[in-house]
Design a binder for this molecule. Structure first.
Ligand code: AHR
Length: 503
């Protein structure tokens, strides 16, 4: 089987916003406790943060981390997490039926972000709270001093304001599972009022309003239209979430779900345009895809705790999906979609970062390791920076439950002018056939391959564990070559590859 791709230097989509390679960390399960924070761990630093996790996060070059939730934020009092640790209250977390010790709050998270070299993206609680707490939290975090909340921050040990630019106006407010769930009109008015108050403090903030929790919600896509009609002039991004699952154990259909993601983005981009036209506005609103990943492996196991049959445990193992090889392909496809839609998707966060539906797993007192999906995320984040190319791809396809014709070969291309490289991320969705793929490099001269990484495995269900951490890991590829202006790559069945070319 054969496929062809045209990569022309002049045909570009957009400069990719680095923040599409962001991540998310929620007070949920063992994400924070035993994830990033474990004071008794042998690798812990002076702040009790796990050094082995810091190393794995640093390698990913994560540009932004969204915090503290998620569903958790909708009943969270941020003040509980500041001040002397021994005085912080233990609270019940209604979202996940657990207890929250508040040993980690915004100060500890901010210090950790500085250590790993990432920017904070904070969410305010628009579930159980509203405008007043949002403005107080903002003043605490961003005001230099001389006011009640900023002076409290200084008293609590942080002199300089953090100057956080990105703020989420609540989380998944369309979901009936959310504490303080609202309909689109109620939420739209609250979000607009909150945004107005926050902007009175600082016009330059980047505000993110809640879109749909997923594209199967009954309120979608009217939710986006109504919410944007209330907030268009006051926000910069609309947040979308989507999780992927292979519940029927049907890999071709599972991998076809990437098409659904593309349609979701396209529909919301059109809704943004519709509201922009209605408002006669010159301003653009973009998409913040601030929760995405595969999530289903752990669903059954979590039921006991989520149904409240285990009391209110502190930091239990929740949403601990163990990812397999086919999830590598899914994550590669999702990231390819974000690169191709970098004209409208300016922020995206893998959900989440550690232990909870995460690329990084830890054992209490033991090792930290990379799950299978760590690698496609790593390659995209580290090498997928630059300008997205408008590729013309010609590949045979197949029918799925989502689409009549899904291409076997999925590819994205990134031109980095600064370092003079072209990077291609390729996924072959074919069950059994290798696909010879020829990429015509137009306008790029003297191309030579500088890196070629391949992920493939005979067992789609193979996983990495604490004991066998490299069962699924990238290997140096051998089959790619450049002849004149043609790059040829052989894509084995069910494979993920990254090919980098110096130009
Ligand atoms: O990431 C896990 C949960 O998924 C988040 O708390 C919520 O926003 C979404 O439903």
């Amino acid at each position: 089987m054969k496929a062809s791709v045209i990569a022309n230097k002049e045909y570009t989509i957009s400069k990719i916003d680095d923040r599409v390679y962001g991540a998310f960390l929620e007070h949920l399960g063992r994400a924070v406790y035993e994830g990033i924070y474990e004071p008794d761990h042998p690798s812990a630093d002076k702040d009790g943060m796990r050094g082995d996790v810091i190393d794995l996060v640093k390698k990913l070059n994560v540009p932004v981390v969204r915090y503290p939730g998620g569903n958790f934020v909708s009943a969270y009092n941020w003040e509980d997490g500041v001040g002397p640790r021994e005085e912080r209250p233990v609270r019940l977390d209604l979202a996940w039926h657990t207890s929250e010790s508040n040993a980690v709050g915004v100060h500890e998270f901010a210090d950790w972000c500085a250590t790993v070299g990432t920017e904070m993206m904070l969410a305010v609680n628009l579930g159980s709270r509203g405008v007043d707490d949002a403005r107080n939290f903002l003043e605490y975090v961003n005001h230099p001093g001389g006011s009640y909340w900023s002076d409290l921050r200084i008293k609590n040990g942080r002199k300089e304001p953090w100057n956080v630019k990105m703020w989420c106006l609540g989380n998944e407010m369309d979901g009936p599972w959310q504490v303080g769930h609202k309909d689109a009109d109620e939420y739209g008015k609250l979000a607009a009022n909150t945004a107005r108050a926050m902007r009175m403090f600082d016009k330059s903030l980047e505000l993110i309003v809640c879109g749909s929790s997923n594209s199967d919600m009954a309120s979608y896509p009217d939710w986006e239209r109504i919410v944007l009609e209330h907030t268009y002039d006051h926000v910069d991004h609309i947040s979308l979430h989507m999780y992927f699952a292979n519940r029927d154990d049907n890999t071709p259909n599972y991998l076809g779900q990437a098409e659904k993601l593309d349609t979701y983005i396209e529909t919301v981009a059109s809704t943004i345009k519709q509201v922009k036209a209605k408002k006669k506005s010159k301003k653009d609103v973009y998409i913040s895809f601030d929760e995405w990943n595969v999530w289903y492996h752990s669903n059954k196991k979590d039921r006991e705790i989520l149904e409240g049959n285990s009391g209110w445990p502190h930091a239990p193992g929740l949403l601990e999906d163990i990812y397999n090889f086919e999830d590598v392909l899914m994550v590669g496809l999702i990231l390819n979609t974000f690169i191709r839609r970098s004209d409208v998707v300016k922020i995206a966060c893998i959900a989440q970062l550690v232990n909870v539906i995460a690329p990084i797993m830890t054992e209490k007192g033991g090792p930290a390791w990379a799950q299978t999906i760590y690698y496609p995320y790593y390659f995209a984040s580290v090498y997928g920076r630059g300008t997205a190319l408008q590729l013309v791809t010609n590949s045979p396809g197949y029918e799925t439950t989502h689409d009549k014709n899904t291409a076997f070969v999925d590819v994205s291309g990134v031109h980095n002018e600064e370092d003079g490289t072209l990077t291609f991320f390729l996924v072959n969705r074919h069950t059994s056939e290798s696909i010879e793929t020829e990429v015509s490099l137009q306008g790029f001269t003297n191309a030579s391959i500088i890196d070629h990484q391949v992920m493939t495995h005979p067992d789609l269900k193979a996983v990495n564990t604490a004991k066998n951490q490299e069962e699924v890991a990238p290997k140096k590829g051998t089959g790619a070559k450049v002849d004149g202006d043609t790059l040829s790559v052989a894509l084995p069945p069910y494979s993920y590859q990254m090919v980098r070319v110096k130009i």
